[in-house]
Structures are given as C-alpha cells and as structure tokens.
Ligand binder design. Sequence first.
Ligand SMILES: NC(=O)c1ccc[n+]([C@@H]2O[C@H](COP(=O)([O-])OP(=O)(O)OC[C@H]3O[C@@H](n4cnc5c(N)ncnc54)[C@H](OP(=O)(O)O)[C@@H]3O)[C@@H](O)[C@H]2O)c1
Length: 220
Amino acid sequence: MTRLLVRSFSISIDGYGAGPRQDLENPLGVGGPAMFDWFFHTRTWQQMHAEAGGEAAGETGVDDAMAAQGFEGIGAWILGRNMFGPVRGPWPDDSWKGWWGEEPPYHVPVFVLTHHARAPLAMKGGTEFRFVTGGILAALDQARAAAGGRDVRLGGGVSTIRQYLGAGLIDEMHLVISPVLLGSGEHLLHGLDLPALGYEYAEHVPGSRAAAHVFLRKRA
Ligand SMILES: NC(=O)c1ccc[n+]([C@@H]2O[C@H](COP(=O)([O-])OP(=O)(O)OC[C@H]3O[C@@H](n4cnc5c(N)ncnc54)[C@H](OP(=O)(O)O)[C@@H]3O)[C@@H](O)[C@H]2O)c1
C-alpha cells in the first residue's frame, strides 16, 4: 500500500518551515538555512553535493540515518511550486529547472503543484518534473500511479504540506525541530488541529546535534 510520507521536514522551535522573503539568493527564505544545520553535516547531504565520482565527506550517526531513510522506498515526490523555485506567476519560459542542477537528487517522477501549466521536464538521473494544475488530489493520484507500489514523499514546502495535512492525507510525518527561532516566515501548523485531523505523536529520536526528530502518524 503506497503511503504519503513527509520526511526530514525541518521546523524552527517557533514552528516555521521556511524563513520570509524567499528569492533566488534565499531558497529557504531569509534565515531558513539555520533550520538545516542538522542536515548539512550529514554524509547524505554531502553525497548529494559531491562532484561526480568524488568521495563524499560528512557525518554518519542518527541525523545521517534519518536523512538517508527519507530517500528509501520512494517512488515519486510531490512538491509545491515555491519549493521548486523562486519564479512566480505564469512561467516566462522553460529556463528554470529547479535549484538542484542538471541531476536533481530525486531520481523518480516529481509532481509539482502549480496553477500555471508547463510541459514535463526530464532531467539527468531519472528525475522528471511533471507540473500538475488539478490540485492536491490529482497530484496524489498521479504520484501514486507513478510510484509503482513504493511510497510517495511530500517534499514541501509549507503551504503544500498544510493542504495535505488539512485533508488528512499524510500517513506519517517526520519533523526535525531545530534549535533556532525564526520569528517570521511560513508557519507549518498554525490553525491546524492535528488530533482532530486524526494525527498522534508516535516517536521521538534525539539527533546527533541539537535537533530532535519527531514522528507523527495518522491513527489507524
Ligand atoms: N523546512 C523544510 O524542511 C523545507 C522543505 C521544503 C521546502 N521548504 C521551503 O518552503 C518554502 C516554500 O513553501 P511555500 O509554502 O512558500 O510554498 P510551496 O508549498 O512550495 O508552493 C506553494 C505554491 O505551489 C502552488 N500550489 C500549491 N498548492 C496548490 C494547489 N492546490 N493547486 C495549484 N497550485 C498549488 C502555488 O503556486 P502558483 O499558484 O504560483 O503556481 C503555490 O503558491 C521554500 O522556502 C522552501 O525552501 C522547507
């Protein structure tokens, strides 16, 4: 049974999943990278950014195991258009191909929610960005079909996760609560009554650094 999973989604202590004023220089919003201190040091992240054929450095341990787990058994991803890039409104052309270079770290179909239609974009290494204008249910149907029995990972950003949470469609959510205060930005859980939506706390794992890994699950 294909599950819809959030993995390694970082939030600040005050609950933000992105800093304010995202743009080309600030993909995670202003101040947002501080939420990812736990991730930037992992071998998993370093491998994603190593030169082809180069040896990856980076720490192993709990944080790395958590980061690596997020890529296991995933047959398709769903992203919001702002996680895909800083371009807003109708696509001026097809030049924006994501933040991740020629070979993005997905290696499976990635369904990008947007109100602005665009042709699919095949990248090196098996990633294909497919733009979905039919809303969250259409994206989930298409991702499930593409996943071939594996799970679907909901990458973010904040607005996208909030919509799937509000509809009670996420099976499991791994949040990484980072020891930083952002003060403003995109708030993940404001106004969402998670217990009423069927979610419960499942597990907590202390990270290798100061972040805490927390798992929420949908009640059976
Ligand atoms: N903390 C983390 O671990 C983490 C992980 C991933 C991303 N992020 C960050 O989160 C931020 C992005 O989050 P965000 O909340 O600004 O945006 P987002 O969820 O990435 O994307 C929102 C946009 O996607 C499109 N969209 C969303 N739902 C749709 C629907 N139902 N139908 C059609 N289009 C829909 C709309 O774009 P259009 O109307 O313009 O087409 C909307 O403005 C970025 O800074 C990113 O780096 C953080």
